[in-house]
Design a protein around this ligand. Structure first.
Ligand SMILES: [Zn+2]
Length: 397
């Protein structure tokens, strides 16, 4: 069993101690120390980073009441100097203590229990017994939880026997524990907890819920950020809002309305463009139908998309009975269609029987079919095949 310095004070970041055991496993060194402030991942809290005699600790785990430190090389000295990445640790203390008070507030305001806590590198989250958390509930919880931070009560740790732990209101000691750490947020709550906490709630700075996710079975997960994470989140979002405000030349409060307006304008403009394109296609089709001398219309386009050609084909057919082969080179797709005079041609059947030989995929009805190809060459070969086929049928007779 080693001495856990983080239980005595989570603010210890430099210490000297003796190396107890070093075991080599798969080229890494698993080291135990007489005293450690390195917190292994447990209770929803992430593991610490740091160095032992300047060598970075690559991993931590606990076994038989001892913390193992994984190092890339064996310590050269019996007595080593350890250093904690305290910025990371303090962040964990902010998120973890933030979770205590946030869970408490949800319990007070909405009788919601917290069933789990997860701390990620970006967000922390709690799972709450609420089917949904509406926007006004989020705001109410944020307001109340931050009020607690302004009041700045102290956070104390009591290391006691299980019997003594039971005397603290609401505390149930974990089964089989010899000693229990009871974390007290002064005048607010007591909790049996083994994590690391700030010494006053004010050190958390700010708590912000950033999003929620419905989990089903009456549960919702609330993602939140505390302290520096919340500040950084605000900085990023402020930059986004300020940039958009400059681009749209409006104040922050007018931004959403302005973006909604622009989206509506864009929708209307897109609709208008579609209508104009349709009219143009109609004019093009009418002129083409008038100018052709044969009912067989074959066109291959280097710069037009298939969807447009499909529309063009439909407009052409409104002007008479033709046989059409329209192909789009960029999309490697073609449409093959015939008017009611050409009942000898069955477009869909033809595609079904021959497309595969040209590595094409598609199909259609007797009077309208389309296909896509793996290469322009395949499409051209199929086009030639179609021409040969309709040539034999003498279209127009
Ligand atoms: Zn805790």
């Amino acid at each position: 069993m080693d001495r856990r310095l983080y239980n005595e004070s989570p603010y210890i970041k430099d210490w000297q101690t003796e190396v107890r055991e070093v075991a080599e496993k798969d080229g890494k060194y698993h080291v135990t120390l007489a005293e450690t402030a390195f917190y292994p991942e447990q209770g929803g809290q992430l593991a610490d980073y740091g160095t032992i005699d300047g060598v970075p600790v690559e991993g931590l785990y606990e076994r038989d009441c001892t913390v193992y430190h994984i190092l890339p090389s064996a310590p050269a000295n019996r007595v080593v100097s350890c250093r904690l990445d305290f910025a990371r640790r303090f962040d964990h203390m902010q998120q973890h203590t933030g979770q205590h008070i946030l869970s408490n507030v949800f319990e007070q305001l909405f009788k919601a229990d917290t069933s789990s806590f997860h701390m990620g590198e970006e967000d922390a989250s709690i799972e709450l017994s609420m089917p949904d958390i509406p926007a006004q509930a989020i705001k109410a919880a944020e307001d109340k939880v931050n009020e607690y931070l302004y009041r700045d009560p102290s956070v104390k740790t009591h290391v006691v026997s299980p019997e003594e732990a039971r005397r603290f209101p609401g505390v149930t000691p974990p089964e089989g524990a010899d000693v229990v750490r009871v974390v007290e947020i002064e005048t607010v709550e007591y909790n049996a907890c083994c994590g690391t906490h700030v010494s006053r709630l004010g050190e958390i700075g700010i708590i912000k819920i950033v999003r929620t996710e419905k989990m089903g079975a009456g549960q919702t997960r609330a993602y939140f950020k505390c302290g520096r994470r919340a500040l950084q989140d605000y900085q990023v979002k402020h930059d986004v809002v300020a940039t958009l405000g400059r681009q749209y030349k409006v104040t922050e409060t007018e931004l959403v309305q302005r973006i909604d307006q622009q989206a509506a304008q864009l929708k209307a403009a897109t609709k208008e463009i579609e209508a104009l394109k349709n009219r143009l296609l109609d004019i093009e089709a009418t002129e083409m139908a008038k100018s052709v001398t044969s009912p067989l219309i074959v066109r291959s386009y280097e710069d037009r998309h298939f969807e447009e050609l499909n529309f063009l084909g439909k407009h052409i057919m409104k002007n008479g009975s033709f046989v059409l082969i329209l192909s789009s080179v960029p999309d490697m797709r073609l449409v093959f269609a015939r008017g009611e005079k050409f009942t000898d041609i069955n477009c869909g059947k033809l595609f079904k029987e021959h497309l595969q030989a040209y590595k094409g995929k598609g199909g259609g009805s007797p009077n309208w079919a389309n296909a896509g190809f793996a290469s322009v060459e395949d499409m051209k070969r199929f086009e030639a095949f179609l021409l040969e086929h309709v040539g034999e049928l003498n279209p127009g007779k």
